[in-house]
Ligand binder design. Structure first.
Ligand SMILES: NC(=O)c1ccc[n+]([C@@H]2O[C@H](COP(=O)([O-])OP(=O)(O)OC[C@H]3O[C@@H](n4cnc5c(N)ncnc54)[C@H](OP(=O)(O)O)[C@@H]3O)[C@@H](O)[C@H]2O)c1
Length: 219
């Protein structure tokens, strides 16, 4: 499978959840966590989120100028339905080129308004989209910032190379239906993916930065 190196980043509660059962916005971690996310963004040629995360977290998917990014990464958003809102902040904010993946379009969805805002629409599978990012847009490193539903699809394709977590010992979300980094807990992945811990950094504020790399024998 031709694809970029795929890095994921999440904040998780002490009980391993990325959000509450109500899918509240993910603002339960510190300014240090946000700064670390922006540092990881700086390594990426492209960012990818699911439409659920884009909307829950009202994202613009950019790196602030004061962080002196070498460029603004491509902004990629995945949807099955393609029901993007052209008034959303991401379409109204300057930043990296917008690439919208739509895997199951219906016949009535209009993409003209999104194209008029400069977005490129890709009507294909997630696998094919990852290939296009490499072959046509030179993307070597892609940072997926969630949510769990999208990351589950990447995990099912065995398309995750690095995992960065901020483990927030100060928060417990509970709730059987609260999502984890691979979505809801109700079903297992088709196969295990092995990672090794490469970074462990406890902070004074009750958070811990963790990084994992996929183990070579499993790649
Ligand atoms: N703690 C953290 O670090 C963190 C990070 C990210 C998100 N979150 C939280 O997670 C929650 C959102 O979770 P979620 O699972 O609903 O979000 P999500 O994965 O971002 O969004 C789900 C939507 O994305 C699209 N999608 C997902 N997988 C796809 C695939 N394989 N192909 C095409 N489209 C796909 C679909 O869009 P359509 O409905 O348009 O078809 C789907 O309904 C929010 O509460 C957010 O704050 C937390």
């Amino acid at each position: 499978m031709t694809r970029p190196t795929i890095v994921i980043n999440f904040a998780i509660s002490a009980d391993g959840k990325i959000s509450t059962v109500n899918r509240d916005p993910s603002q339960f971690t510190s300014a240090q966590d946000h700064k670390r996310l922006l540092e990881i963004r700086k390594r990426a040629d492209a960012l990818l989120v699911g439409r659920g995360t884009l909307e829950a977290d009202n994202m613009s998917m950019t790196i602030p100028a004061e962080m002196q990014p070498r460029h603004q990464p491509l902004r990629c958003i995945a949807s099955r339905s393609g029901k993007f809102n052209p008034d959303h902040k991401v379409f109204q904010t300057a930043g990296g080129a917008l690439h919208l993946l739509v895997t199951e379009p219906d016949e009535v969805t209009e993409f003209g308004p999104l194209e008029a805002l400069g977005a490129t629409i890709h009507l294909c599978s997630l696998e094919e989209f990852l290939r296009i990012l490499v072959v046509k847009h030179g993307v070597q490193t892609l940072l997926c910032e969630g949510g769990g539903t999208l990351v589950r699809s990447l995990a099912s394709l065995e398309a995750i190379d690095e995992v960065h977590l901020t483990w927030a010992a100060h928060s417990l979300f509970g709730g059987e239906d609260a999502p984890t980094i691979t979505g809801e807990l109700s079903s297992h992945l088709p196969a295990s993916i092995q990672f090794e811990l490469t970074h462990f950094e406890p902070l004074e504020n009750g958070e811990c930065f963790l990084s994992y790399k996929r183990t070579p024998h499993d790649s």
